[in-house]
Design a binder for this molecule. Structure first.
Ligand code: NAD
Length: 480
């Protein structure tokens, strides 16, 4: 069986303790490779490599750094097919989705920050007749990047690319559930001419390898994407060490549909925003609020579309949904469907596991599920499920829907469907979310601030926000 290796100091090496974890293929439920079960010794090795590399990388001209990063973007693009197949096999998502979204976005992440850094400038503030301030922005040093399993390479590179562009050395840990494309990325890095030790990719459990990154005194900043509970733990550990922290956490996003919307466009996008990537996108709209005038019409049309979504193995080109990422996650999502029933909810579409023929008969497949009849305040409508499950709730007024939309502890994103301009702006202003899409969903401009409020996180990624996070500002004043 294939054994993945850590990528430390430009070399592929085994974990020091010689221990490995099983890597499952969600489509079949079978173990297909082994992942290093790294611990603090491997992290220490990576830190030593990064320490040596930092003076070289941080002092390299920005143009040369940019050139190397562009080669990495091209290197991923040149191996598109390998990356697509690996991502889909590791995660269970349809290959089509990995080809259209995940891997092209990883290419864009490197491309965007490789070119962005060429235009990154710091400020100068003149004090008339007194003197002038200028601010420099230097790389922080060694930083830690920890990412989740839902968009594996997409989110891994979304952190690594700005960290590297800003001149830092990186210790990165992909999710132990989906390590494969990060492993392939190491191969691309090796061919790109990036000095050894600049990017170190260490595999393993969060509570072991991840924790060792967070606790290491030489890691000066942590960029983390994952669950709110994990974020809370990381903040508790890192805050007393005065580390810079960027936390992108969970969500329970409202999708608010007014009866004056463009119904057909809304319907097509709402199917996407509910079930893309098996509903395992932090930005999916899992609570659908529909104004009462079109509630029945919407329900009928939506359920018809949802029932037609084909759940199949990831390499099936006609698959609209693939497998969920793991058995424990499948069980968690099913337990929420049971909870919803016990809370008085009625399953009006899906709700059941899907059993495909061999060799996929042990895979983690679940129908796209729609539930109605629940109170906005019940657990099903307050807790993150992170799977192909949405709830429908009718509403009458703007005030009522705002109250329900803002009632959760989360505040990541929101989607609004209305053709009333004033209402669109009014609602966007009032809603508790870091990102609002009006008459659209998941349209991304990499220059814009990305992140959530409340329990959805601290800080923003993207554009200058990311480059500012990964640099330390120093202000210098000179008297005239
Ligand atoms: P998770 O928190 O279990 O794991 C995320 C990463 O953190 C993994 O690499 C894991 O190994 C590591 N980790 C776990 N415990 C750790 C610890 N004690 N110290 C250091 N690292 C640790 O999350 P997950 O299940 O992989 O991902 C799903 C969650 O991610 C959902 O809640 C989802 O909403 C969230 N998410 C948020 C965004 C966003 O942009 N806000 C994007 C994608 C996913």
């Amino acid at each position: 069986m294939e054994k993945l290796k850590n990528f430390i100091n430009g070399q592929f090496i085994e974990p020091i303790n010689g221990q490995y974890l099983d890597n499952y293929e969600p489509a079949t439920g079978k173990v297909y490779s082994l992942i290093p079960d790294s611990d603090e010794k491997d992290i220490e090795l990576a830190i030593q490599a990064a320490e040596k590399a930092f003076p070289i990388w941080s002092k390299m001209s920005i143009e040369d750094r940019s050139e190397i990063m562009l080669k990495i973007a091209k290197g991923i693009e040149d191996r598109m097919d390998d990356f697509v197949k690996a991502e889909s096999r590791d995660n269970g998502k349809p290959e089509k989705l990995a080809l259209q979204v995940d891997i092209p976005r990883a290419v864009s992440n490197f491309h965007f920050f490789a070119t962005g850094i060429l235009h990154f400038a710091s400020e100068s503030h003149a004090m008339e007749g007194i003197g002038v301030n200028y601010t420099t922005r230097k790389p922080i040093g060694i930083v830690g990047c920890i990412s989740p399993w839902n968009l594996p390479l997409y989110l891994f590179t979304w952190k690594i690319a700005p960290a590297l562009a800003a001149g830092n050395c990186v210790i990165a840990k992909p999710s132990e559930v989906t390590p494969y494309t990060a492993y392939l990325l190491g191969q691309v890095i090796k061919e790109s001419g990036m000095p050894d030790g600049v990017l170190n990719i260490v595999h393993g459990y969060g509570h072991r390898a991840g924790d060792a990154i967070v606790k290491h005194p030489l890691v000066k900043a942590i960029s983390f994407t994952g669950g709110t509970k994990t974020g809370e733990y990381i903040a508790q550990t890192a805050a007393p060490m005065f580390k810079k922290l960027s936390l992108e956490l969970g969500g329970k996003n409202p999708n608010i549909i007014f009866d004056d919307c463009d119904f057909d466009k809304m319907l097509a996008t709402t199917v996407q925003s509910s079930f893309a990537n098996q509903g395992q996108i932090c930005l999916c709209g899992s609570r659908i609020f529909v104004q009462r005038g079109i509630y029945e019409k919407f329900k009928t049309a939506f359920v018809e579309r949802v029932n037609a979504l084909k759940v199949s193995f990831p390499s099936d080109p006609t698959a609209k949904m693939g497998a969920l990422v793991s058995k424990p996650h499948l069980e968690k999502v099913i337990s929420y469907i049971e909870l919803a029933k016990s809370e008085g909810g009625k399953v009006i579409a899906g709700g059941k596991q899907v059993h495909l023929d061999a060799p996929y008969n042990e895979g983690y497949y679940l129908q796209a599920t729609v539930i109605e009849g629940l109170s906005y305040a019940c657990r099903t409508n307050q807790e993150e499920i992170f799977g192909p499950v949405v709830t429908l709730t009718p509403f009458d007024t703007e005030e009522e829907v705002l109250m329900m939309a803002n009632s959760t502890k989360y505040g990541l994103s929101a989607t609004l469907w209305t053709n009333n301009l004033q209402r669109a702006h009014r609602m966007a202003n009032e809603i508790d979310a870091g990102i609002v899409w009006i008459n659209s969903w998941l349209v991304r401009d990499l220059r814009t601030p990305f992140g959530g409020i409340k329990a959805s996180g601290v800080g923003r990624e993207g554009g200058w926000d990311a480059l500012r996070f990964f640099t330390e500002a120093k202000n210098v004043f000179i008297k005239y």
